[in-house]
Design a protein around this ligand. Structure first.
Ligand code: CMC
Length: 436
């Protein structure tokens, strides 16, 4: 395929196929690679494109998040992630992602009030928890309970009503910490702790996780700030697997609670959100600095499926700016908790050093990703590894919801329906069992 007049209005790309040469419009974004609009390709040529894992396919137009993986850039609505992590807070970032702008005077208070007053869940939902085994993975519980929200909030499932969409998005953002905290409490056999309106979003979450009725629990401002920053870093990452799952589920007109449950299911996988849990488990397995070379060798071997968890990213081919903030947050949390010698941190620092100077990782542009340091931080804060991905889901709900809202407003969106290159049998006749 050749392109002409690239970056100029009216530019086209020409494709030579068996049936002749066809022109396709080139669309320009505000920044980043242009895209070739092949939506009419099949109509014009009778052929599909082949792109496993959608590595070269833009599935939508979006104004929410921009990533330049080569340059290590991540912008939410144009604002660099490190500025937001440093100067903003998670709820303000949520407002920004949902509405496109930072809140004007008075708007934040209104939004915060609305979110705060949606944090309780229907009392009947509590009973759903007791149906799970005690040792259920919190992500299994999250998939089930979030999907079940559609059975409780019938007045916010009509996706064609903008008011209901707004209520559903606020309910999801508000109730996710409550559900995640309940999943945690259930797993450790402690009573659920109700949300408190006098605490901010993140402090309330930590309180619901770590308070017990028998005593007072004071949320550490440093830990609350660190948690808030972790939420900001995880809030959105453009069309990643779980976000694309939410968009695909929603393209059929499914209700928002069901769509977010689909996103949670996708996020659970170790190649995506499950990597933070997998990364910490890997550091534990390595155990000591002297064993690192053995694991690096395994990761490089073509015959071994082992990968260094917390390294590599489909889009980020430079040091992920989120990983940088996460690394700093990790050190702050360990200092606040007075953890001077964490053997896992020693392994992590040395593993990072070795990997960053190893030809294999340099050549393949495999840098530590956000999950590399988040596990150590969350463990230090007192979360079990099984909760790590649930925390990711809590934060990413904001991105999922913003992308879902954007998609519903986009007239170009239709039901998602990829095609295939069929390589199975052609027609053959059924053979009765007696003749096989
Ligand atoms: N350790 C060792 N080798 C690796 C790793 C790794 N972590 N990641 C990629 N490679 C190799 C891979 O074997 C392949 O080698 P070759 O070209 O010789 O076949 C090459 O690098 C390219 O990898 P890929 O799997 O084709 O790249 P991808 O874009 O499909 O996969 C990834 C990206 C994140 C799934 C992958 O890097 C990975 O599995 N990393 C470990 C899991 C992880 O940390 N995931 C968290 C991602 S960040 C959080 C999120 O966004 O959810």
């Amino acid at each position: 395929m050749s392109t002409d007049k690239n970056k100029q209005p009216g530019a086209t790309a020409k494709l030579d196929t068996l049936g002749g040469t066809h022109s396709f419009p080139i669309m320009e974004g505000t920044v980043g690679p242009s895209v070739i609009d092949i939506s009419k390709l099949y109509a014009q040529t009778g052929q599909f494109t082949y792109d496993p894992g959608f590595t070269s396919t833009a599935s939508c137009e979006s104004k929410i998040t921009y990533i330049d993986g080569d340059e290590g850039v991540l912008l939410y609505r144009g604002y660099p992630i490190d500025q937001l992590a440093e100067q903003s807070n998670f709820l303000e970032v949520a407002y920004l992602l949902l509405n496109g702008e930072l809140p004007a005077k008075g708007k934040f208070e209104e939004f915060e009030h609305a979110i705060t007053h949606h944090t309780m869940i229907h009392e009947q939902l509590r009973h759903l928890f007791s149906g799970f085994r005690r040792d259920a993975h919190p992500m299994a519980v999250m998939c089930g309970v979030v999907g079940a929200l559609s059975a409780f909030y019938h007045d916010s499932t009509d996706i064609n009503d903008p008011y209901q969409r707004m209520v559903a998005s606020r309910r999801l953002i508000a109730k996710m910490p409550t559900i995640a905290a309940m999943a945690y409490k259930y797993s450790v056999g402690q009573p659920f702790v109700y949300p408190r309106n006098d605490l901010d979003y993140t402090a309330n979450f930590l309180h619901m996780c770590f308070a017990v009725p028998a005593g007072e629990y004071k949320v550490s401002p440093t830990l609350a700030r660190a948690m808030d920053r972790i939420f900001i870093l995880h809030a959105d990452h453009e069309q990643n697997a779980s976000t694309s799952t939410v968009r695909l589920a929603s393209s059929s007109g499914a209700n928002p609670f069901a769509c977010i449950a689909a996103g949670i299911a996708c996020l659970w996988g170790p190649a995506h959100g499950g990597a933070n849990e997998a990364a910490l488990n890997m550091l534990r397995e390595i155990g000591t600095v002297d064993r690192i070379p053995e694991y690096v060798k395994k990761a490089k071997s073509k015959d071994d499926p082992f990968r260094l968890m917390g390294f590599g990213h489909r889009v980020s081919k430079n040091y992920d700016p989120r990983a940088r903030v996460m690394q700093q947050t990790c050190h702050e949390v360990l200092a606040e908790l007075g953890i001077k010698d964490d053997p896992l941190l020693d392994v992590a620092i040395e593993l990072e050093r070795i990997a960053l100077s190893d030809e294999y990782f340099i050549e393949k542009k495999l840098y530590p990703n956000i999950d590399f340091y988040s596990g150590i931080t969350l463990k230090a804060m007192g979360f079990p590894t099984t909760m790590f991905t649930a925390l990711f889901a809590l934060a990413r709900t904001v991105g999922w919801v913003a992308q879902w809202m954007e998609m519903i407003d986009d007239p170009a969106q239709r039901i998602g329906r990829p095609r295939q290159l069929y390589t199975g049998y052609t027609h053959r006749d059924y053979v009765p069992a007696a003749k096989r």
